[in-house]
Design a binder for this molecule. Structure first.
Ligand code: SF4
Length: 408
């Protein structure tokens, strides 16, 4: 949708929200070369120095009251934006000690999302000792996974990932999965369900193959993608219901969680578009707020999305940074337009700035390919299913609706 399709949004200065996730890029390097990778610098072997990490966590420790996370909640650090296991265990031993020292007395929870190729007994021992929450990137059965998730010389990685998962299981570690849905994956809902249901993962999250950052085209730009997506989710809902407990799907759970939220219908944004919720810090200390995929991106009018560096600037007082407010105003204008124009707003809460920027070259817009497929189609499928089940349970004269158009 074009930005002028609804009444112009009026930017307003919003207070910063408490930090929910601190995303730290230990290195931009990745040992793989996946077909849909969005990372700009995945051949760059640079590493964050311990001095830069220390400076960052000192900024966290000195943040104004309430901004470095909710009181009493652990600080969640996600080591991301490159393959975290491309760095050695020794590096993390030192890094975690730096974090613990600077944040003495504060509980910290470390997360790593990995391609799992390098997971072995030594890594599992480290995950155990440091209570690291592990997520594995895996697209499903080998025939599907190996089409996209390849080594730098073009070989599939499924067998290596499964070896890593076996190591996690042998060590008694829990893990979750993130799988990317490409056009070919959408045509294989049963194979995907059966594969993941047999894996004993805590949860599977499905991301559609988005256009974002360095990944500028998607196999889902095809005109039949919405219909394929709809069929995929309809089948997934059926399988999940028919075999309760076998597979927990993040996207299905999240629609129901949104409905159960005590403030459903009154929320004004999500953690990717509200100021302060996400802080992304690159290996050299550069930082931006909002979607993690924004790190390293540039806006055609406003310039680099990175607005400061921890050596020079305070990410918890970003209002003083020259371009920060301009970015947040444009993000807010997009969210406001979503609120005015979109029947799915109460579930999606205004989408992801990274998708808006990658698809439209601006942030003050509404619909993207990502939200059409990952939000609208999915929400409709789940609500239609709920409505069918309510109809089946209600007396014949029951008059209710769960459809999105009825929700607003
Ligand atoms: S689904 Fe989300 S991002 Fe897309 S138009 Fe609606 S509120 Fe905006």
């Amino acid at each position: 949708m074009e930005p002028d399709a609804v009444a112009p949004a009026t930017p307003s200065v919003k207070p910063l929200r408490p930090l929910e996730l601190l995303i730290v890029q230990p290195s931009p390097f990745c040992n793989l070369d996946c077909g849909y990778c969005y990372l700009h610098d995945r051949s760059d072997r640079s590493r964050m120095s311990m001095a830069t990490l220390e400076r960052l966590v000192q900024r966290v420790a000195a943040a104004p009251s309430g901004l470095a996370g909710e009181a009493g909640q652990p600080l969640c650090i996600v080591w991301h934006a490159g393959e975290p296991l491309a760095l050695p265990i020794d590096w993390y031993e030192e890094a975690f000690a730096v974090v613990a020292r600077a944040l003495a007395g504060r509980s910290v929870r470390h997360h790593m999302q990995t391609n799992a190729v390098r997971i072995d007994a030594a890594w599992c021992d480290f995950f155990h000792r440091q209570s690291v929450q592990v997520g594995v990137s895996l697209d499903g059965p080998a025939e599907l996974h190996d089409r996209w998730r390849r080594t730098r010389d073009g070989r599939g990685t499924h067998h290596q990932v499964m070896r890593g998962i076996r190591a996690l299981k042998d060590a008694g570690l829990h893990f979750h999965i993130i799988a990317v849905l490409t056009r070919d994956a959408l045509q294989m809902p049963d194979a995907i369900f059966d594969f993941f249901a047999g894996l004993d993962a805590e949860q599977v999250g499905f991301n559609i193959e988005e256009i974002e950052a360095a990944h500028t085209r998607s196999s889902l730009e095809a005109t039949d993608a919405a219909e394929l997506c709809r069929s995929f989710w309809q089948r997934m809902v059926k399988r999940v219901q028919a075999e309760p407990g076998r597979l927990h799907v993040r996207e299905l759970d999240s629609v129901l969680e949104a409905l159960r939220h005590p403030e459903f219908g009154q929320l004004d944004g999500n953690w990717q578009n509200q100021p302060g919720c996400l802080l992304n810090v690159g290996w050299q200390g550069d930082f931006c707020h909002g979607s993690p995929e924004l790190l390293g991106c540039s806006h055609p009018r406003l310039g680099p999305v990175v607005v400061g560096n921890v050596w020079r600037d305070d990410p918890f007082r970003p209002q003083s940074l020259p371009r920060w407010q301009a970015f947040q105003d444009e993000i807010d204008a997009g969210v406001q337009r979503c609120r005015q124009a979109c029947a799915h707003f109460d579930f999606c809460l205004g989408g992801a700035p990274a998708n808006k920027l990658a698809e439209h070259g601006r942030l003050d817009v509404t619909e993207t390919l990502a939200c059409r497929l990952n939000q609208k189609v999915l929400i409709d499928v789940v609500l239609e299913d709920l409505e069918r089940r309510l109809d089946a349970a209600a007396p014949p004269a029951g008059n209710h609706t769960c459809s999105v158009s009825g929700a607003r």
